[in-house]
Write a protein that binds this ligand. Structure first.
Ligand code: NAD
Length: 288
């Protein structure tokens, strides 16, 4: 079994990303600027935001972190995000989730808070719609990272049977659409799916994004399949594991992403590929 590590993919893509960032920095006459809203004191969110900030700084992106107490409330946060949407000095916006409060029906749905032009997470319905129509500008960072990983390691997709476990708007759903766009045949599973193992065991490529620790064992896997494990679970004894039981699945799969060191770092990297793509698109429309 071969490991599909994220770092070689990042190393291969970083020079191109740096070149694109140089061009947009020259066109803007300042570094591109990402505004990050972090609400509440969720320790995992704080770790993720710090990873994103560090990566941004290493790429020469200005990352402006706005930490807020949960007492800001949905209306207060929406108002700050709306101001950032209108601010020409802000190129991209990220709201770290989960939020410590629900969004009331009196406000627009959270997916539409960040304007599509500044939405590095590609959470906005415009981005999911474009992906569904086979013409994405940006796609959510995790599926974008996985598609880059599959391309880097030359995993064949055309005509192959791919199974995605999960259908969330930020991971499973865009993942399925992206695979269809590459002419894979798709089985999309979710919480209500019956006979999960019978379906997953047919797949040449199995992408697991269920958020359920150890959900996938060797009985779920076709011998020789390629496995992408998106799950992240912090073990009480330390370290992180995925949705896949790596030891037993590793004995039947041909290739598999490690946890940690697989999909996670690529997700962070794609925040900045998305940022530069959005700025390039905006600068394009300014051309006479
Ligand atoms: P989510 O809870 O929003 O969605 C989970 C999906 O899995 C749902 O569609 C649900 O129907 C499905 N599901 C849950 N249990 C299932 C089961 N037993 N059988 C079949 N389907 C089931 O979660 P999400 O945001 O999509 O994230 C999924 C996992 O990926 C989480 O562990 C999350 O921490 C992780 N994640 C990792 C990265 C990364 O960079 N590696 C990025 C995003 C999310």
């Amino acid at each position: 079994m071969d490991w599909l590590s994220g770092q070689p993919v990042i190393d291969a893509r970083t020079p191109g990303l740096l070149g694109r960032l140089d061009s947009v920095r020259a066109a803007l006459r300042r570094p591109p600027r990402l505004r990050v809203f972090l609400v509440g004191d969720d320790p995992a969110s704080q770790i993720y935001v710090e990873m994103k900030r560090k990566r941004g700084v290493s790429l020469g992106v200005e990352v402006e972190l706005t930490p807020l107490a949960a007492s800001v409330g949905a209306a207060g946060l929406w108002s700050l995000v709306s101001q950032a949407n209108a601010d020409p000095g802000v190129d991209a916006i990220l709201i770290q989730r989960p939020l410590p409060f629900a969004v009331p029906a009196s406000l627009p749905s959270l997916q539409e808070w960040v304007s599509a032009e500044k939405d590095v997470d590609a959470f906005h319905p415009v981005h999911l719609g474009r992906l569904g129509q086979g013409a994405p500008l940006v796609m959510a960072c995790t599926p974008a990272g996985i598609m880059a990983l599959l391309e880097h390691y030359q995993v064949p997709l055309e005509g192959r049977l791919a199974c995605v476990v999960g259908r969330s708007p930020l991971v499973g759903q865009p993942m399925g659409l992206a695979l269809l766009n590459k002419d894979a045949t798709l089985i999309q599973c979710h919480r209500k799916t019956e006979h999960l193992a019978r379906l997953t065991a047919q797949a040449d490529l199995l992408v697991v994004a269920a958020g359920s620790r150890g959900l996938i064992g060797k009985g779920h896997v076709k011998p020789g399949a390629v496995i992408v494990d998106v799950g992240i679970h912090r073990r009480p004894e330390g370290g992180i594991v995925g949705d896949v039981l790596a030891d037993e699945v590793g004995a039947v799969a041909s290739r598999m992403t490690p946890v940690p060191g697989g999909v996670g770092p690529l997700t962070v990297h794609f925040l900045f590929e998305n940022l530069v793509t959005l700025v390039e698109a905006r600068l394009d429309t300014r051309r006479p």
